[in-house]
Design a protein around this ligand. Structure first.
Ligand code: HPA
Length: 272
């Protein structure tokens, strides 16, 4: 483990953070789940050594430790994006910190544009696999062998068992759950219709500006990952509307309860 991660873990433990079993990264408009943790300790990103401040509206920007029933959880309420100017290594640092605190599983959530014509605005999509179109990779540079291998295998980046558990819980709750491939771009500009046509041909079902760097870092250090996208709009050229961040937030707020319900029930229903 790197010395910097160790120092950060020590700082968080001094702020009352315990040993989490599960890490959760909450995307745009979905941060409310962290407010449901009991016995919570908080640390604003700007005060955590090694973390950078988050700069996007709709992201609270703090790390929260607490419990869902008896399960200890660490949650990122707001995340770091590549388009904010953070390096993907900085994005990885937050994931490695949560892993070093003790989390062996990660649930990562995001807002995404839909490409699959079978999708509708407001749908939830389980991420089956991803395409890294960001142009970066969080593992560039020297590899710390104590964290994970130089050339990690991503054949099973999104844990099959967690996905099937999520499907079971969703059908029990009557929440429709799509499944598909998430393609990550750097942003911050939304895509052109020509790019979206290309991405559809590449096999993407949804497009967004996050998640992939975090998932690569998580798989690298051996975490099991579940990813869920909230389809907040149809991607450029596929819907009638002009794309706007406010609408993305509006849709996540609309489906937030369903989304939180799914994640909470998932956590409560299984042995994590
Ligand atoms: N494109 C990229 N990122 C997004 C979108 C989109 O259409 N919607 C929400 N995040």
């Amino acid at each position: 483990m790197t010395t910097q991660v160790q120092a950060t873990v020590k700082y968080l433990q001094e702020q009352g953070f315990g040993r989490p079993a599960l890490a959760i990264i909450l995307g745009s408009g979905l941060g409310g789940l962290a407010d449901q943790l009991t016995g919570a300790a908080h640390a604003p990103y700007e005060q955590i050594p090694g973390f950078a401040p988050s700069t996007v509206a709709g992201h609270a920007g703090r790390l929260v430790f607490g419990y869902i029933e008896s399960l200890p959880v660490v949650a990122m309420q707001g995340r770091f994006h590549y388009y904010e100017g953070h390096s993907q290594q900085q994005i990885a640092f937050a994931v490695r910190t949560m892993h070093a605190l003790g989390a062996s599983k990660l649930i990562v959530t995001n807002a995404a544009g839909g490409l699959n014509p079978g999708f509708s605005v407001g749908d939830l999509m389980l991420i089956r696999d991803h395409i890294n179109y960001t142009g970066g990779n969080p593992l560039l540079g020297l590899n710390d062998d104590s964290l994970g291998p130089r050339f990690p295998d991503l054949s099973h980046a999104y844990d099959q068992k967690m996905r099937s558990q999520a499907n079971d819980v969703a059908s029990r709750l009557g929440i429709p759950l799509q499944q598909g491939v998430y393609l990550a771009v750097s942003g911050p500009s939304y895509e052109t219709p020509a790019e979206i046509k290309t991405f559809a041909r590449l096999g993407a079902d949804a497009v967004g500006m996050s998640t992939v760097p975090e998932v690569i870092a998580a798989v690298h250090c051996g975490m099991q990952v579940l990813g869920i996208s909230c389809i907040t709009n149809m991607a450029a050229g596929l819907g009638a509307e002009k794309l706007a961040h406010d609408e993305v937030i509006e849709v996540t707020v609309r489906v937030r309860d369903q989304f939180q319900n799914l994640v909470m029930e998932l956590i409560k229903s299984e042995e994590w």
